[in-house]
Design a protein. Structure first.
Length: 57
């Protein structure tokens, strides 16, 4: 289960991307998460996925 709060979600996702997944697509597929919903939710707190860094910044 992933956090619903956007700030907690940011921390959770960036930790997973840093330690376990080589891409946002791999994380979403493995955790069965809708990537667009995830990106939209984190965009609401002004964080955007940086593919080069593999993090939301």
């Amino acid at each position: 289960m992933i956090p619903k709060d956007p700030v907690m979600l940011l921390s959770f996702v960036n930790l997973k991307l840093r330690d376990y997944y080589g891409s946002l697509e791999a994380l979403c597929e493995d955790l069965d998460i809708d990537g667009k919903e995830l990106v939209d939710k984190l965009s609401s707190i002004d964080y955007h996925y940086d593919k080069e860094k593999n993090q939301f910044v």
